[in-house]
Design a protein around this ligand. Structure first.
Ligand code: ZN
Length: 325
């Protein structure tokens, strides 16, 4: 037996009822597993996301093997963990429409609470997150080669889907490091270079859909227009955070106290960002650094784990915080 199939066997055993119950407490870091999802995808797989059938399997597994909680229990459960049945908090970033259409029915059936972070301008006005605009434009452009606006000597051929995906990744990586005003200008130039692309149907939640899920879903902030907060000056960051809070309160009647940083790495927020969040009443803030929420957690930068796993053995492995091994 080779190493790959041995590892597979170990993961499969670990994800089983007895494996999880017996080996889990020994291998897992005690604390709360906070899972991150973005898009859940159904028939249309043109933009990346977790397929709904895989998501459904994951939620069934969580219901059976873990203890799904809402955000109000996070600090208590993280500081007083139980070993056999770990608490899990399911979160979604950005506020995609599929939360209502695909994820909510699954969560409802299994009675699993969720926490969703909204970039409120998209709920107000529709449109796509700029990262999705880039993805969609490179995938669907009719141009066969493009010049990057920030590196005009170079022409990139778009011969196949791999070249398109690579261009999307490269463009996003470049745009994410720019000051926000410059990012907006270069984004427009890139989209112009890619030419007209077919329109997409509505991608993000509407406020009616948000309200239709309030029995099970809590909503937190994720800024108004989804800029990376460390690329803004204080007044702009304040406006993004305050507007987001006010829009959620106005539309749901509930003051949000949770928040997730766009992009979420340590370079994407500052201590000034955290000051502004505290001043606006946010007390539980999530990053995208990998880890389990436990006694040592910084509640202004709670670590999470991506729920993006191909099957249940891999999902159980990552939920235990073992994905790097
Ligand atoms: Zn986001």
């Amino acid at each position: 037996m080779n190493v790959g199939s041995l590892k597979r066997l170990v993961k499969r055993g670990f994800s089983s009822r007895w494996g999880w119950r017996l080996a889990g407490p020994l291998l897992r870091t005690p604390g709360v597993i906070v899972l991150t999802y973005h898009r859940i995808v159904g028939q249309d797989r043109s933009l990346a996301g977790v397929p709904v059938e895989i998501f459904t399997e994951q939620m069934r597994w969580l219901r059976e093997h873990c203890d799904p909680i809402g955000p109000e229990s996070l600090v208590e459960r993280a500081t007083h963990p139980t070993r056999a049945r770990p608490a899990v908090l399911v979160t979604f970033d950005d506020g995609y429409r599929d939360l209502h259409d695909l994820a909510y029915p699954v969560l409802k059936k299994l009675d699993i609470p969720a926490l969703v972070f909204l970039a409120t301008s998209f709920v107000d006005e529709g449109g796509m997150l700029w990262t999705d605009q880039v993805n969609w434009a490179v995938l669907s452009t009719r141009r066969e080669r493009v010049k990057l606006p920030w590196s005009s000597e170079e022409t990139i051929p778009l011969t196949d889907s791999r070249a398109r995906t690579a261009l999307g990744e490269r463009a996003r990586a470049h745009l994410k490091i720019l000051p926000d005003a410059k990012r907006r200008i270069e984004l427009e130039a890139l989209l112009a270079e890619l030419g007209e692309v077919p329109p997409r149907d509505r991608q993000m939640l509407s406020w009616d859909e948000v309200r239709a899920t309030l029995d099970l879903v809590r909503y937190g902030g994720h800024t108004h227009t989804h800029p990376i907060l460390s690329r803004l000056d204080r007044a702009e960051a304040d406006r993004e955070i305050r507007t987001c809070k006010e829009r959620i309160l106005a539309e749901t009647g509930r003051t949000p106290t949770t928040f997730a940083y766009p992009n979420g790495r340590a370079a994407d927020y500052t201590s000034e960002t955290q000051d502004i969040l505290r001043q606006n009443g946010f007390t539980l803030v999530f990053s995208s650094a990998e880890g389990i929420a436990d006694r040592q957690s910084d509640w202004m930068a709670v670590k999470r784990l991506s729920g993006d796993a191909p099957d249940i053995p891999d999902f159980a492995w990552l939920a235990a915080g073992l994905s790097k091994t």
